[in-house]
Ligand binder design. Structure first.
Ligand SMILES: *[C@@H]1O[C@H](CO)[C@@H](O)[C@H](O)[C@H]1NC(C)=O
Ligand SMILES: *[C@@H]1O[C@H](CO)[C@@H](O)[C@H](O)[C@H]1NC(C)=O
Ligand SMILES: *[C@@H]1O[C@H](CO)[C@@H](O)[C@H](O)[C@H]1NC(C)=O
Ligand SMILES: *[C@@H]1O[C@H](CO)[C@@H](O)[C@H](O)[C@H]1NC(C)=O
Length: 436
């Protein structure tokens, strides 16, 4: 019953999509020739905005939840949204829906509005490469892809080797509909805290490096992140970075979780075992630095990571470190002797890190809930999120306070068509950027 309802909804919006796309297809192709500024001058915006597929069938539209008001922190609207989420579950697409929907790629791309975005020359000349690491929730993964999708960019999707076959088929179906979206050539069986997590990104990096596109930056994302900036804004920010990486660096011993690297570890029977004091050293007397598994990496840095002997030696050192993905990028980026392109030479704790905003328990506000110390954002967090300087936000659950993701999606989508100028002043005075 539920399934049939879902199929009906899918068919319905495909049908509506089909009729509508033919009408504004010509608008979209005109849009692609123009600048954003010119586009908004015409009143095509409204018509395009009304057709976001994943929100079309969402309770948000049915009950006319006003995302703008939620973002403006209107208490009545937040209460209304909260009450709605209590009684009305999100409508979600499953693996099978995507397997079916991607049988006809032309139709899939149209009905999921992949070709809606206007692309400026500035963006066309500055392609960005991404890895998206996922293991479940194909709909959330696809929505992330859709929010950052542009024809000039590159997307490598890594799904856990042990994820269900239907997820792999759904993602392969999606990837097959695009020339610039692909499934990683080597899938890892990702274990939490383990080298396999880092390998997944390295496999994507290596694939992306071998492609002819002249992408300028690489950003790795788990499927639970969502952008806070449009592609054009990302391009403007990355251009001010000018080849510098945006990688977190922690060097205060107490904050580095030292037992993870001062001891050697071995992964046996599903958990890490400490096997004694570490004897191995980093190459060239480099010092270990802690950071995040996620970052913004210049093309030259990615090239270095995949090909340079120093980077490989650091990777070897990481093999018996617990959570090596939280040390590898940070160590490469914050050691002069390792000579990584785009590195940072000053005290890393004195510079901001803007790749991703996460709200941590005991430090930041959270209107959703904390899971393992990290906030799962709720609708009450949107007001703060949209004014953040960070590029992405982590994290959202598709079935907890789902209107948070729905509304952020609508906000970012709208912003793509907005003619408001983007102020890069803040980014131009960052200490880690390379001077022009
Ligand atoms: C997005 O744009 C539509 C159409 O102009 C508007 O109705 C809606 O409130 C906007 N949403 C947000 C979050 O700004
Ligand atoms: C996918 O299509 C097949 C064949 O048309 C159909 O039997 C199946 O129910 C569809 N599955 C979903 C989830 O829509
Ligand atoms: C792993 O677990 C199995 C079964 O519990 C046990 O027989 C084996 O000795 C364990 N291996 C190690 C290295 O601890
Ligand atoms: C590393 O440091 C030690 C002690 O400070 C020094 O003797 C050695 O020459 C250094 N090695 C390299 C490769 O710089």
């Amino acid at each position: 019953m539920k399934r049939r309802g879902l199929v009906k909804q899918l068919l319905l919006f495909c049908l509506v999509g089909f009729v509508v796309t033919s009408v504004y297809n010509s608008i979209v192709s005109q849009v692609n020739e123009l600048n954003v500024e010119e586009v908004t001058a015409k009143s095509t915006t409204k018509r395009i905005l009304n057709f976001i597929p994943s929100t079309r069938t969402s309770p948000k539209n049915k009950f006319k939840i006003n995302c703008r008001k939620i973002i403006e922190k209107d208490k009545d609207e937040i209460d209304r949204a909260t009450a709605l989420m209590r009684v009305s579950p999100p409508s979600r697409l499953q693996n099978g829906d995507y397997i079916n929907a991607t049988q006809d790629c032309v139709h899939f791309r149209k009905s999921f509005r992949y070709d809606n975005y206007p692309v400026t020359n500035e963006e066309r000349e500055f392609p960005i490469a991404y890895s998206i690491i996922t293991y479940q929730d194909v709909d959330q993964t696809e929505r992330l892809l859709r929010a950052i999708y542009r024809p000039q960019n590159l997307y490598c999707i890594h799904a856990d080797a042990s994820s269900p076959d239907s997820l792999h088929r759904a993602l392969a179906g999606i990837a097959d509909c695009f020339g610039n979206v692909f499934i990683v050539s080597k899938k890892e069986d990702i274990i939490y805290n383990h080298m396999s997590r880092l390998k997944a990104d390295l496999n994507c990096m290596s694939d992306i490096l071998s492609m002819p596109q002249k992408w300028k930056y690489f950003i790795n994302l788990p499927h639970q992140q969502f952008p806070l900036k449009t592609n054009l804004e990302l391009v403007k920010i990355l251009k001010t970075y000018n080849g510098a990486n945006d990688i977190e660096g922690i060097i205060t011993h107490g904050r580095m979780m030292p037992s993870r690297f001062e001891f050697s570890h071995k992964y046996v029977n599903g958990s890490w075992k400490r096997i004694g004091k570490r004897t191995s050293k980093l190459p060239l007397n480099a010092t270990i630095v802690k950071g995040s598994a996620y970052g913004v990496f210049s093309r030259e840095f990615v090239q270095y990571t995949i090909t340079d002997k120093r980077a490989k030696d650091v990777l070897k050192f990481m093999e018996d470190v617990k959570s090596p993905d939280e040390y590898y990028w940070a160590t490469l980026n914050h050691n002069e002797v390792l000579k990584a392109p785009g590195r940072y030479s000053g005290n890393p704790e004195k510079k901001p890190w803007l790749a991703v905003y996460a709200s941590w328990g005991g430090r930041d506000r959270c209107h959703g809930k904390y899971v393992r110390g990290v906030c799962i954002f709720g609708v009450g967090d949107l007001n703060e999120l949209v004014s953040k300087k960070e590029l992405f936000a982590n994290k959202f659950y598709p079935d907890f306070q789902y209107l948070a993701l729905d509304c952020l999606e609508e906000y970012i989508y709208n912003k793509t068509f907005s003619h408001l100028p983007f102020e890069t002043f803040y980014y131009k005075q960052l200490p880690f950027i390379r001077k022009q």
